[in-house]
Write a protein that binds this ligand. Structure first.
Ligand code: SF4
Length: 749
């Protein structure tokens, strides 16, 4: 079988192909039946080694997306304010004539790139987007990571020496799971790749385990909880600090010996945060906090996992750190059933046994030009994008698979700022709220037209798994592969031509880097030559060769035929994936820190405790807005699929009946919601399970804008919650905006 041939089995004229769902982090295996280029049915792949048949409603729509008439199939160039179809040659010429001079006018300093969430779900974009960034010659990189997960990555960078080294809950073996600010029954997990969270939570409960959920809303996950605490939004760091002090004050902690000194330093710094002292600021009873600490301490295999609700607050980095502190105090960090580290089969720095690094990770070395927001892990915070454009610090922009106008804070301001750019290029599948500002749009093919392998989620999986999916359908007429588009764009931005040969040269350069990385790896077998590697992987262009290089030089690799192990060919032979086993303890091998141990008492983290103490004064009385996920929605980009948006409107504001009553609102009324930066009108849905004083609006909506081409989404527009999100309130360590728990006013419309 050739590398690009679909993995399919024939059954009369219907073919069945198996592939990993690329839509969310759960990475479910799909069984896709198709005939004559049309998907006839999608089901969960029961033989998938990881998901075993599970899928959610979104996974069934890949065929609908492929067929969506609004999906872009040809490049668009904006002429006289209107996007018009163009050839690839015209598109790349327009970029060479427009974007390149705009970049050169500022000696490349005015260029910026925004990488959207789907980039990490695309093998092509993950491998080739860095070439675009490099070719732009600008250090202004924005990504969806700074919308909601940078605090977790930053905490990992400081503690473990790498932002990719993120502990994940070993949910299949834990006995007591504390979930904070996460709703995996609906979201299917984030920064923790586990297909079938519902089944895994049920299994935890069936084996007599406990599920403690901390969330201001009584979510679907909270419905499963054996204990549910509904704190004031944004107070999770206080709660975690109090659990840590309670564990030590009562002698219930059991850290591993090597970390005892560092953890004692941390606990000494947490002295002010006790269940009693944080009770008012968290809105929780001190006794309830003590009970959670006792449940965790009594558990045979406890585990703490926190997600979005904790990271989109002004204390996101500190909360993420404190999650690891509590796990470490419980002896649950890097222990089976606790919070463990995946071993990514391909492309991860933390699997190469690089060992301790001499240099401590520090914060605050770079700041944004306009207002001095922190630039950490090489990226500008999205909160800074509008002001950097307004200030003239960014004059040219490339967006890749992103819709920041809907997903970033203070959206109306960003929407207006984009009009002021000298030139903008988007690589995207839709003419949406963001790409409507682009001078040129380069279309991506559908998921079924490209190969898939989850390079990023191998870092976050709760089991070590590898699964490759070949393209099922050919490219559209005159279509280009996504990697080819990205590589041609990189070539043009670097002053080259947007041709197939130029793309091949970009591809070869990436392959050269991977060959060198393999040869430099401490695990490279003695005597393995560059020629042997090149012969083993061949010279075909595209992502498969690069993936083969990464797999074969990875921790489970066959080292180019010198041993048994993973290769692309081995994966192709196993269309349901290869299970590489349960997670195993990886400290210290996973660490890249100066001490060779986790830097639990990192000065930048300890230094934030004074600011955290200011929260103890307690919250103000206003209504607080929180975010929510719905099962049939995935950020902003799946609302053009009728099957997912039909039925009862999902973009409503949940409100406690007591809050509605004091404002003269009833179920179904329209309310005006205002913040310091904007206002929206939205239907009210009463929900007595929500904490009083909290309202909830989902994100990713706000369609129906002039200049877009999203027929179905336009009919189901909803409102953009990020119109309300202020950019001024950020986590000062990571620059992440406060997207939850900020004050709003609500009045009848
Ligand atoms: S849970 Fe995620 S990966 Fe699984 S089918 Fe749904 S969208 Fe796809």
């Amino acid at each position: 079988m050739s590398l690009s041939e679909p993995a399919a089995s024939a059954s009369s004229d219907v073919e069945t192909s198996f592939r990993t769902c690329p839509l969310c982090e759960a990475t479910c295996g799909l069984s896709i039946e198709h005939r004559d280029g049309v998907v006839t049915r999608i089901r969960g792949d029961r033989d998938d080694v990881f998901s075993k048949g599970f899928l959610c409603p979104k996974g069934t729509v890949l065929g609908k997306f492929h067929e969506d008439p609004d999906r872009l199939r040809t490049p668009l160039i904006k002429r006289d304010g209107v996007h018009q179809p163009a050839s690839w040659e015209e598109a790349f010429t327009a970029i060479a004539d427009g974007l390149v001079p705009a970049l050169d006018a500022t000696e490349r300093d005015g260029g910026a790139i925004y990488l959207g969430n789907p980039v990490v779900h695309s093998l092509d974009l993950l491998l080739y987007s860095p070439a675009i960034t490099m070719a732009m010659g600008s250090k202004k990189v924005f990504s969806a990571s700074t919308v909601d997960q940078r605090p977790r990555e930053l905490a990992s960078g400081l503690i473990y020496g790498s932002s990719f080294t993120i502990p994940v809950p070993d949910i299949d073996r834990t006995s007591t799971l504390l979930l904070i600010g996460a709703n995996p029954m609906v979201s299917n997990g984030s920064l923790a790749t586990a297909p079938d969270w519902p089944g895994r939570i049920n299994a935890l409960l069936d084996r007599g385990g406990s599920l403690i959920v901390v969330d201001p809303a009584h979510t679907k996950t909270a419905e499963k909880a054996t204990t549910h605490l509904a704190p004031i939004p944004g107070s999770d760091a206080l709660l975690l600090a109090a659990i840590a002090t309670e564990l030590t004050a009562t002698g219930q902690h059991r850290p591993v010996d090597e970390d005892r000194d560092a953890l004692e330093t941390v606990v000494a710094g947490l002295e002010a945060f006790t269940p009693d002292s944080v009770a008012a600021a968290t809105g929780l009873d001190a006794a309830a906090i003590r009970d959670v600490a006792t449940q965790l301490a009594a558990a045979e295999r406890p585990c703490v996992y926190a997600r979005l609700g904790t990271t989109i607050t002004p204390f996101g980095t500190t909360a993420s750190w404190l999650v690891d502190i509590v796990n470490a105090l419980l002896g649950a960090l890097d222990a089976p059933g606790g919070a463990m580290f995946a071993k990514n089969p391909a492309g991860s720095k933390n699997t190469r046994g690089l060992g301790p690094f001499g240099k401590e990770q520090t914060l605050g070395r770079r700041k944004t030009q306009a207002s001095g927001m922190p630039i950490e892990l090489g990226e500008h915070p999205v909160a800074a994008m509008a002001e950097e454009i307004e200030s003239g610090n960014i004059t040219a922009l490339v967006t890749v698979a992103g819709n920041p106008v809907l997903s970033c804070p203070d959206s109306h301001r960003l929407d207006a700022a984009l009009e002021g750019l000298a030139f903008m290029v988007s690589l995207d599948c839709y003419l949406n709220e963001t790409t409507r500002h682009a001078n040129v749009i380069l279309p991506s093919p559908s998921h079924l037209q490209k190969a898939h392998f989850d390079v990023a989620f191998g870092n976050l999986a709760i089991r070590n798994v590898a699964n490759y999916s070949a393209p099922i359908f050919p490219l559209d007429d005159n279509g280009l592969a996504e990697w080819d588009v990205a590589a041609r764009l990189a070539s043009v931005l670097g002053g080259g031509a947007g041709t197939a040969q130029a793309a091949a040269a970009v591809d070869d350069a990436i392959a050269d880097r991977l060959v060198r990385a393999a040869l430099d790896s401490p695990q490279c077998p003695e005597g393995l030559s560059e020629d042997q590697i090149r012969v083993a992987v061949g010279n075909g262009h595209g992502p498969e060769r690069l993936l083969d290089l990464m797999l074969r030089s990875g921790p489970f690799g066959d080292w180019f035929g010198t041993s048994d192990g993973l290769s692309l060919e081995a994966l192709i032979e196993q269309p349901h994936g290869i299970d590489l086993g349960a997670l195993k303890p990886r400290i210290p091998e996973v660490l890249m820190t100066p001490s060779g141990r986790p830097e639990f008492a990192h000065p930048s983290l300890m230094g934030d405790l004074g600011r955290l103490a200011s929260l103890l004064d307690g919250p103000t009385d206003g209504l607080r807005l929180i975010n929510r996920r719905t099962l049939r929605s995935n950020n902003s980009w799946m609302h053009n699929l009728e099957i997912l948006v039909k039925g009862k409107p999902r973009c409503t504001m949940l409100m406690h009946p007591s809050d509605a009553k004091t404002r003269g609102l009833k179920n179904g009324d329209f309310a005006t919601v205002s913040s310091s930066v904007g206002s929206v009108e939205i239907a009210v849905e009463l929900d007595d399970s929500l904490r009083a004083g909290v309202v909830s609006i989902p994100h990713g909506w706000g369609h129906g804008v002039e200049g877009t081409a999203l027929t179905v989404a336009g009919r189901n527009a909803g409102v953009n919650v990020n119109v309300l999100t202020p950019t001024a309130a950020i986590d000062p360590l990571s620059g992440t905006s406060q997207l939850t728990g900020f004050e709003v006013e609500v009045a009848p419309s």
